[in-house]
Design a binder for this molecule. Structure first.
Ligand SMILES: Cc1cc2nc3c(=O)[nH]c(=O)nc-3n(C[C@H](O)[C@H](O)[C@H](O)COP(=O)(O)OP(=O)(O)OC[C@H]3O[C@@H](n4cnc5c(N)ncnc54)[C@H](O)[C@@H]3O)c2cc1C
Ligand code: FES
Length: 509
């Protein structure tokens, strides 16, 4: 279990992935070293093994314990930021390439499930997009027209058997899918282990350096991995200081699970046109019941710390539609990286010869992670990939210039906080389990009072590029609004791109 899972547990987290894997205990060699063991890193590792290449996969935490353990796993090739938005950002051929690659990723998951007989609830189902009462009805017309231009099958319908939605216009997309993400990755890891993959949890990579004929990775504990190529699949890249971070922005999203009688709601992926949108799916629960998973209430990381209000809003929304919904079983939160044009950045790092990157999940990271496995292993093997151009890491779309400026305003505003007072005057204001920012002379201090009363004081300056941290009361960690790093109250890194822990702060009262 990773440090923050205690306060924010998804429905998947009881499934252990690669429970026998051990931290790196010495130096290692491989054809390819993969940093990060989420859906992206593990899928890339699997495809490299199929080409006869050896892989070592390193993760700072548990295997598949990052955002992949917090997903809701809608496997929807349909661009989740809307097809019309996709077409507004990309040329028609690129948008078609995007949709084709997302569909190919889904097909690849299905093949792997069948090939290895992975019991992970994988199933094809429909995706249903419903008009939110606050949206213009024309939004569905635009979506249907965009689907037509992209060659995507869609059916117009009216009404769902849900209170308040019986007359609502909807679009139904056949051929989407879903699964239990960690059960799938457990099966994938078993298949990889049988092919000789080396998986190392609790083995943080601290530096990646290119050498004359390969790469050298420095790993916590003083170990080293030498490989011919490196793949950085850490969700937010830990190796590049600026290149990607100005082109994507971290958003926090919330999810809850409730018991529901099996058969009460048709098995499908549901989402609506609200902004931020709601998303709903089903998974198997206990005692012959299903669990309904509902998500949404997104906000930019660090710009709100009101999780109880957001969970209450999610619950009110879903109980209005399904008044007979059962008890809540889980609530959790996680982070997605939104890019300028809704596509991930996947491929060889433009500044490197032997380092590849997969980042910019765009809230569609389950399929994007598998798309990365269709592109990067092919590039490493010298085969080329028909999808590479769509996801080229160096692209900065001209049509997204306004978004680029507004997203990067966060870093500028955040830097101004150096001059502002702290949020609390003294640690005495902190109750058990609470955190707050203190001013100490010219410095800002991240102060946390443990449930046993112990106070932890760390610098409130993110070790990535120096932004000021914000307290996340729900997950009891420090979030960086600039590029999405998270730190535990003791200063250790929970989520990249940061690599180094927060500096200690001197005792403050
Ligand atoms: C609530 C929620 C709902 C979502 N719903 C959907 C959905 O329905 N459909 C969909 O497609 N997507 C969804 N997403 C997004 C999707 O889950 C993620 O984009 C995806 O899981 C990211 O996978 P990843 O492999 O890129 O990153 P991760 O799973 O985060 O893996 C990255 C790994 O890198 C490791 N790492 C970081 N730094 C280092 C280091 N220095 N050394 C070694 N290891 C390191 C981390 O520990 C982590 O395990 C959702 C996300 C959330 C939070
Ligand atoms: S994550 Fe980049 S400054 Fe914090």
């Amino acid at each position: 279990m990773n440090a923050w899972d205690e306060h924010s547990r998804s429905v998947w987290m009881d499934a252990q992935v690669a429970p026998d894997a051990r931290p790196l205990a010495g130096s290692a060699n491989a054809d390819v070293a993969i940093v990060g063991s989420g859906i992206a890193g593990l899928s890339i590792g699997y495809e490299l093994l199929q080409r006869g290449l050896s892989v070592v996969i390193l993760d700072r935490g548990a295997i598949a314990g990052g955002m992949t353990a917090r997903t809701t796993a809608h496997l929807a090739p349909i661009c989740d930021d809307s097809l019309a938005s996709l077409l507004s950002m990309r040329e028609i051929d690129e948008a078609r390439g995007f949709q084709a690659s997302q569909s190919a990723a889904l097909d690849r998951i299905e093949q792997i499930v069948q090939r290895h007989g992975i019991a992970c609830e994988f199933r094809r189902l429909d995706g249903i997009l419903c008009l939110d009462p606050g949206s213009e009805p024309s939004i569905l017309d635009d979506e249907a027209e965009a689907a037509r231009r992209l060659g995507i099958a869609v059916v117009r319908e009216t009404g769902l058997p849900l209170r308040t939605l019986t007359e609502t216009p909807c679009l139904r997309y056949p051929g989407q899918a879903t699964f239990h993400p960690l059960a799938y990755l457990r099966g994938l890891c078993e298949a990889m282990a049988a092919q000789g993959a080396a998986l190392h949890p609790r083995s943080a990579v601290e530096e990646i350096a290119e050498t004359a004929d390969g790469v050298r990775l420095s790993v916590a504990g003083g170990h080293e991995v030498l490989a011919r190529h490196a793949v950085v699949a850490t969700n937010a890249p830990v190796h590049a200081r600026f290149a990607y971070h100005t082109k994507q922005a971290p958003y926090r999203t919330y999810a809850m699970a409730f018991e529901i009688e099996r058969g009460r709601l048709a098995d499908a992926l549901y989402w609506d046109t609200a902004d931020p949108y709601h998303y709903v799916r089903l998974t198997a629960g206990a005692d012959g019941k299903d669990l309904l998973i509902v998500g949404g209430e997104d906000h930019k990381t660090g710009e709100a710390d009101d999780a109880p209000r957001r969970f209450a809003a999610l619950e009110a929304w879903i109980r209005t539609l399904l008044p007979d919904l059962g008890r809540e079983t889980h609530r959790w939160s996680g982070q997605v990286m939104e890019t300028l044009d809704y596509g991930a950045y996947i491929g060889r790092d433009p500044d490197s010869r032997r380092t590849y990157v997969a980042t910019g999940d765009s809230g569609q990271g389950m399929t994007h992670g598998v798309v990365a496995s269709l592109i990067i292993p092919a590039m490493i093997a010298g085969e080329g990939s028909e999808y590479a151009a769509v996801y080229h890491p160096a692209r900065t779309p001209a049509r997204a210039a306004a978004t680029f400026l507004s997203e990067n305003a966060t870093a500028v505003t955040n830097m101004a906080e150096y001059a502002l007072p702290g949020e609390i005057a003294s640690v005495d204001e902190l109750g058990p389990g609470e955190g707050g920012i203190l001013r100490d002379g010219l410095n800002k201090v991240a102060a946390y009072r443990d449930v046993d009363g112990t106070v932890q004081l760390r610098s409130a300056v993110c070790t990535h590029l120096g932004c000021h941290l914000k307290w996340n009361a729900f997950e009891r960690c420090w979030d960086c609004p600039c590029h999405g790093s998270h730190f535990a109250p003791d200063g250790s890194v929970l989520n990249g791109p940061a690599i180094s822990p927060l500096a200690p702060a001197r005792e403050t009262s």
